[in-house]
Design a protein around this ligand. Structure first.
Ligand code: SF4
Length: 273
């Protein structure tokens, strides 16, 4: 008898879910089917969250109305966020860096951003950390959170995504990227007049920006790819044994070792201090 899929088209799929499925199916099962969330996180992820939160603060309505903002003020906010949110489940995977180094990298990200855009932050922001849901073909459900959405003029939108990691995507790779293209599809469904959408990646460590504008045929092709990925996940969920572990260097940043069938013990990363 054919087993019923655990996942169906009633589920909302996110970009992080789709990419986790690609990197390790067992991790996908533990997080997105079993619903397990761990408090542990890497120091890189923690720094990324602090930088994102600082930039969210920077674009709040009060700050956007100010004549200027000093870099010292931004640093103070970053420090407050860093200290207030610090917890004892932050780890340093692979002994690659120290807490001080990552904290300083976060500041460098903000400094690169400030040098490019400061001291006035009066952009026409629609929303920061904007959660959007959308459909493809009226039946495939997706959701995602946009770091920042601007509307510089009627019908024109800019989707901003902040990256604090080492890797940068060049123009050609950004053109094929699904994450921000998904957000474009969401914007086109949620706003009445959408004439132009610019996708903008901010690679904050290096102060590099990459922009992409998709044609209608690009978006059609991306929709097709998203549908294929969801179909593959649903078919895979016919049988839980399909969710096998795929070990890689990314295991160092995974805190599901106790649950993973390929590992024993817990992730050996040392606690950050
Ligand atoms: S430890 Fe590695 S193989 Fe196991 S779930 Fe995490 S990423 Fe997958």
């Amino acid at each position: 008898m054919k087993q019923k899929s655990i996942l169906s088209l009633d589920n909302h799929f996110s970009f992080s879910g789709l990419s986790t499925f690609k990197t390790c199916k067992e991790q996908f099962k533990i997080v997105y089917i079993d619903g397990l969330r761990k408090e542990q996180e890497s120091i890189e992820a923690y720094m990324g969250k602090c930088v994102h939160e600082t930039l969210e603060w920077l674009y709040n309505p009060q700050n956007r109305a100010k004549p200027y903002i000093t870099f010292d003020r931004i640093c103070r906010t970053y420090d407050e966020i860093w200290v207030e949110n610090w917890h004892d489940k932050i780890h340093i995977p692979n002994y690659r860096c120290t807490t001080d180094e990552l904290y300083t990298t976060g500041k460098r990200c903000l400094s690169n951003y400030y040098n490019k855009y400061g001291p006035i932050f009066s952009e026409k922001v629609v929303e920061t950390e904007l959660l959007l849901e959308f459909t493809i073909d009226g039946k495939y459900l997706f959701k995602g959170v946009i770091d920042r959405l601007d509307q510089p003029s009627k019908g024109k939108f800019v989707i901003h995504d902040y990256k604090t990691g080492k890797r940068t995507k060049m123009q050609k790779a950004a053109q094929k990227d699904l994450q921000l293209a998904m957000y474009q599809i969401a914007i086109e469904q949620h706003f009445e007049q959408v004439d132009e959408v610019v996708l903008k990646w901010h690679y904050l460590r290096k102060g590099i920006e990459v922009c992409v504008k998709h044609s209608e045929s690009d978006i059609l092709n991306i929709k097709k790819q998203l549908v294929e990925k969801v179909d593959e996940i649903i078919i895979t969920s016919n049988n839980l044994s399909n969710f096998y572990p795929k070990e890689s260097r990314l295991c160092d940043w995974c805190f599901l070792w106790e649950e993973c069938s390929a590992k024993s013990g817990s992730n050996p990363a040392m606690k950050a201090k």
